[in-house]
Design a protein around this ligand. Structure first.
Ligand code: DX5
Ligand code: ZN
Length: 216
């Protein structure tokens, strides 16, 4: 089994100096970028212009997490802005088949995100076509929340059913909770607050990467 990958989440960065912030996390594996529409979730974050402006500031693949009620029309736009992975929520209102086709046609890798209360089995028809599945361990919309443990129980099923799928855990991942995510089988840890609000983001990412499996 490979080492867990770290995806710093830009939502927790200092928005007054995003370019610098992105350069501070260049030792991560992916840059996680949360896109919110004030509708699917009760918050707004950033749009494709911000993603495009950051593209040449970072060597990392851009992992774009769309928290949009109707993401379909934005797929080519975020691809054009520089997204490498595009994830939508299975709970959104567009047809998942149409969304997957649009992402595949764009050339990006497809992912699907699950809210904490959505069962893993919702991915049954799509898992073979996905690069990533994002298991949310907080209700989407805001950074800095506390990790819910119950959603981690979806991971073993996802890994067994779709062995090639990379599972991301998103929400409340920090030094204390990373070990539980790793023990549950996470491939990618998304971390906003724990990385960007740390004195030294690089060391914070190292701490997450080397967190001990915590099966308790
Ligand atoms: C929440 C976002 C997360 C968020 C995580 O809706 O999807 O990616 O940035 O933030 P932390 O790591 O602070 O919980
Ligand atoms: Zn996210």
């Amino acid at each position: 089994m490979g080492m867990v990958q770290i995806a710093p989440s830009l939502l927790a960065a200092d928005f007054s100096r995003l370019g610098e912030e992105v350069r501070r996390v260049a030792e991560g594996d992916l840059l996680h970028i949360d896109i919110m529409d004030g509708n699917f979730v009760p918050n707004l974050s950033m749009g494709p212009q911000v993603v495009a402006a950051l593209r040449d500031q970072s060597p990392l693949p851009f992992d774009v997490h769309l928290m949009l009620r109707r993401p379909l029309r934005y797929i080519p736009i975020f691809r054009e802005a520089g997204a490498d992975i595009i994830s939508f929520h299975i709970e959104c209102e567009d047809d998942p088949e149409a969304l997957l086709r649009a992402i595949e046609a764009s050339g990006a890798k497809p992912g699907i995100a699950l809210k904490p209360g959505t069962p893993a089995q919702a991915l049954e028809p799509f898992g073979d076509r996905l690069a990533t599945a994002t298991v949310m361990t907080v209700e989407p919309g805001f950074g800095g929340q506390t990790l819910m443990r119950a959603p981690l129980e979806k991971i073993p099923w996802l890994k067994r059913r779709f062995p090639k799928l990379l599972v991301e855990v998103d929400g409340g991942v920090n030094r204390e909770t990373a070990g539980k995510c790793i023990a549950a089988g996470a491939d990618i840890l998304v971390a906003g607050t724990a990385v960007f609000r740390a004195e030294d983001p690089r060391r914070a990412m190292e701490a997450l990467r080397s967190a001990k499996r915590d099966g308790k």
